[in-house]
Design a protein around this ligand. Sequence first.
Ligand SMILES: *[C@@H]1O[C@H](CO)[C@@H](O)[C@H](O)[C@H]1NC(C)=O
Ligand SMILES: *[C@@H]1O[C@H](CO)[C@@H](O)[C@H](O)[C@H]1NC(C)=O
Ligand SMILES: *[C@@H]1O[C@H](CO)[C@@H](O)[C@H](O)[C@H]1NC(C)=O
Ligand SMILES: *[C@@H]1O[C@H](CO)[C@@H](O)[C@H](O)[C@H]1NC(C)=O
Length: 829
Amino acid sequence: MGFSGSSFILLNCFLLSFALLSSAKKISVTYDGRALKINGERKIIISGAIHYPRSSPGMWPMLMKKAKNGGLNAIETYVFWNAHEPQRGQYDFTGNNDLVQFIKTVQKQRLYAILRIGPYVCAEWNYGGFPVWLHNIPGIKFRTNNQVYKDEMAKFTTLIVNKMRENKLFASQGGPIIVAQIENEFGNVEGSYGQEGKEYVKWCAELAQSYNLSEPWIMCQQGDAPQPIINTCNGFYCDQFKPNNKNSPKMWTESWAGWFKGWGQRDPYRTAEDLAFAVARFFQYGGSLHNYYMYHGGTNFGRSAGGPYITTSYDYNAPLDEYGNMNQPKWGHLKQLHELVKSMEKVLTYGDVKHIEYGHLTTATSYTYKGKSSCFFGNAENSNREITFRKRNYTVPGWSVTVLPDCKTEVYNTAKVNTQTTIREMVPSLVGKYKKPLKWQWRNEKIEHITHEGDISGVALTANSLLDQKIVTNDTSDYLWYLTGFHLNGNDPLFGKRVKLRVKTRGHILHAFFNNKHIGTQFGPYGKYSFTLEKKVRNLRHGFNQIALLSATVGLPNYGAYYENVEVGIHGPVELIADGKTIRDLSTNEWVYKVGLDGEKYEFFDPDHKFRKPWLSNNLPLNQNFTWYKTSFQTPKGREGVVVDLMGMGKGQAWVNGKSIGRYWPSYLATENGCSSSCDYRGAYYGSKCATNCGKPTQRWYHIPRSYMNDGKENTLILFEEFGGMPLNIEIKTTRVTKVCAKVELGSKLELTCHDRTVKRIIFVGFGNPKGNCDNFHKGSCDSSSAFSVIEKECLWKRKCSIEATKDKLGLTGCKNPKDNWLAVQVSC
Ligand SMILES: *[C@@H]1O[C@H](CO)[C@@H](O)[C@H](O)[C@H]1NC(C)=O
Ligand SMILES: *[C@@H]1O[C@H](CO)[C@@H](O)[C@H](O)[C@H]1NC(C)=O
Ligand SMILES: *[C@@H]1O[C@H](CO)[C@@H](O)[C@H](O)[C@H]1NC(C)=O
Ligand SMILES: *[C@@H]1O[C@H](CO)[C@@H](O)[C@H](O)[C@H]1NC(C)=O
């Protein structure tokens, strides 16, 4: 026993070390006009973006596995400068910011990596990835031929390249990185920078080249990218893109799988049919590297959301949802396409190409190599098209691409989805007798004010002017107090008038206090952040009066020429007005600036912190602004994604066990209009097409990664509520698969899975001409009477089942028209 056991271990060790050795094989990456070449062979790369700080190291292996299962062979990420260098010279490469660990996780799955260093990244990420302290360095100008900026950019880029090198992560060292990017979409704004912008592009290319990497460098959306840098395309569709050099392969760095969401905006939704159409067309027209933006969007934890007003969820309607669940049918429908395209790799990258035009944006494309042919039929109009190709007739549905690996048999059409739709619901993690309401404790946030002497603790600076918020805070907090005071004589003309305080701000949120009394709160809606607050003042005093203005940001801009200079916070004037006239302009008073909340300074969000004044348990305040709340909860059992349902709360930030899970704002409802119950996948997609969630909270559920929670122990949830909310309805929930449905044509295979759960009930079976869509099927005019019991036998209490949709198997349908034969099934899990 002992002997055979140890030889088994020996054998295992041998296999393991063999695996490690072979995974560290050094490879060469080159390219020509057709494709990237790995060890001299042209390759199709199907990649997906997963941004490491938008998930946790605990999620990475699961995400990569699902990406690989989904038919990807590469993972792409940006590098987030402000996450790594929050203060100048103080670096953080730990936890969610552990870039090296992330790339090693890619490697463990035997996937390639694409590293987009930037360091400008856009990405709906706070300030586009630049640290705000960078802006506050004297003499700096971002993204142009400015020496101060270039020195800083080179310093960070070099740090990242060296880090990758030291860890042997480049392909030539045996690592997974096959491509690196410098800058990002600069071509979109280059016109605004004149000659200096052009010089900057050249300098970026020289910087990249100076590292002497053997892997190619790319610049996306950069039509004037200097050789040998490859320019690449970003967009919803990139089939018509041509690189600026015939020796550069056609690469799509951002294939937008869905879209991002802002506070007050609807949920974006891009159909599987349309995304597959865009991807298939790219390969039809000679593309060879394709990267989904995003494959997993994830979560903007902490204060990392940009915009401004980008939500905490960065789900993006990607193939993997925010929690890492497969977003079906998108994930599965694309998987089939990926596998098919990969099976055609040789013919697509080496074959002779021929296009036959049928008019009406209908094209048949054949690739022929060594006597083997593969074909695509593309139809970019909305109506179906009949074509004759090599003496056979085909119907190409509107807005679709048909793939025929042998140029005869249709194996895949982007508009025909046979992958199941998975419906998830947020269900309470504890039910029945286990369900206990959360017990809350609370404490107040301090309302700042200035005394006669003008001294308060923790003052950042004083000035006789109104300052740009990010210059004062370096963005170390969302919050900045603007404080001032003034004297009034008994005979001041203000007395006896109806006085108002008027404040002009560039956003995003303003709370105004006069002589310690709250007089108003206001915010700029999505997309229009400047506003004027004008509120009555009823408590003017003889002698000293004081004004306290708390300005809050909701993420800094991340896009556009010179976006870094967009001001935020109170710019003035700040005035006392009466009868519509300015009576007193306070803009050039002495202003005292205090950065951040008291609770941030004393770390109220830290559950282990011992305060002089304890948290209170009685008289829980409801609907009260500037309140901190604290509770504890059990880690939900199982593997489902965990969320906190913050319905009823206003706006603020949430922490679990001291880690910020992001800003919350469920009281901000999505636009009432612009959603429709039906969605036509045909026609070009744009971010608001087919949107959902009108009139509901923009974001109600907030992701808590399982690795943020304690196994089997209690967890602490702490909230800072800025507007006032009802914590009594807050619940911990999980993302459960509750229903699954699918529809396939006669002769195809219908596959169903409840993922980690089992089929509990067969809700609907229609074999014939069932009507409606998933979650809303009903019987048609013809139907098989025996299909239900067959499906029940195959599927009930199983995790997975698969059924051939044939009359042999499911019984006769009785449909007169042979085209009227398909199978639709819905089950609950
Ligand atoms: C902000 O950053 C700049 C540049 O590092 C620094 O000079 C300045 O003191 C910082 N301001 C504050 C308030 O920390
Ligand atoms: C790159 O190669 C050049 C020329 O051989 C050399 O001068 C330079 O030091 C190298 N740079 C790095 C970062 O290795
Ligand atoms: C294809 O369609 C054409 C015209 O619609 C028709 O004349 C022809 O017979 C069809 N061929 C086959 C093989 O069905
Ligand atoms: C909170 O808001 C209410 C109005 O909704 C206001 O009456 C109250 O003074 C505010 N409290 C604080 C502390 O700002």
